[in-house]
Design a protein around this ligand. Structure first.
Ligand code: ATP
Ligand code: MG
Length: 230
């Protein structure tokens, strides 16, 4: 069984009289421990695919299974709990809460679990240590660089030890050096911590890190084994 199984998925969005068809009959697997880059033009449905896998959106038809659970059939309250335990999500815009410190931002997902305070603190410290920010725990987002903010967001994504990490253009706002730091970290999370990674990216260098590159175009996924780097 693959970790992520997408079967015969249709997705369309209705806007007033208009319907936007994103996919028709999309079927694909993502294996446990895999590291996949998702590429494709703007509007091709890359973010939509991550949202379907995270249960942030529902397919119009078909099924999405993650780790044996049918995400597409869960209720909203089941989803919130399941997502907190299973998925780490990283966005292009970091999405940190400005009034919370790095430590408090990273601890947030653990507030949805029944871990005690001491254990939450320990896990938070470990996650911040993994991303190399042990010394910035009490800083607020505005006191950090973009690259550091993104690493806090990654610490928040891994703190609950999810099996699957979804990233939507994680290096989109970063300079070359910070991008490299984030990508090195993703490689470690995949190789050392065996996390399954699905990463949407426009960046050929980011895609070169992945072990599988998929191109989404006009609702169809094309596989390219070899990395496309200049
Ligand atoms: N909530 C929504 N309501 C209506 N249409 C939507 C919604 N979300 C996405 N769409 C449409 O679905 C299509 C796919 O959008 P999606 O955001 O997945 O593209 P993308 O590949 O992530 O693009 P980008 O590279 O610009 O981020 C687009 O045509 C978009 O306009
Ligand atoms: Mg997108």
């Amino acid at each position: 069984m693959a970790l992520v199984e997408i079967r015969e998925v249709d997705k369309s969005f209705k806007r007033e009289a208009q319907t936007v068809d994103v996919y028709h009959g999309l079927t694909i697997d993502f294996e446990q421990g895999s590291y996949t880059a998702l590429m494709g033009p703007s509007g091709s449905g890359k973010s939509t695919l991550l949202n379907l896998v995270a249960g942030l959106d529902k397919p119009t038809r078909g099924t999405v299974r993650v780790n044996g659970a049918e995400v597409s059939a869960m209720t909203a309250s089941q989803l919130a709990d399941w997502r907190a335990r299973t998925i780490g999500f990283v966005f292009q815009s970091y999405n940190l809460l400005p009034v919370l410190t790095a430590r408090q931002n990273v601890e947030l997902p653990l507030l949805l679990t029944n871990l005690r305070k001491a254990e939450r603190a320990e896990r938070t410290a470990i996650a911040l240590d993994v991303v190399g920010l042990a010394d910035r725990m009490d800083h607020f987002p505005r006191q950090l660089s973009g690259g550091q903010e993104q690493r806090v967001a990654i610490a928040r994504a891994i703190v609950a030890d999810p099996v699957l990490i979804l990233l939507d253009e994680p290096t989109g706002q970063l300079d070359a050096k910070s991008s490299e730091e984030v990508l090195d970290l993703m490689r470690r999370l995949n190789e050392e911590f065996h996390k399954t990674i699905m990463m949407v990216t426009h960046d050929a260098r980011a895609a070169a890190q992945a072990r599988r590159v998929l191109h989404l175009e006009k609702g169809v996924l094309l596989e390219r084994e070899e990395a496309v780097v200049s």
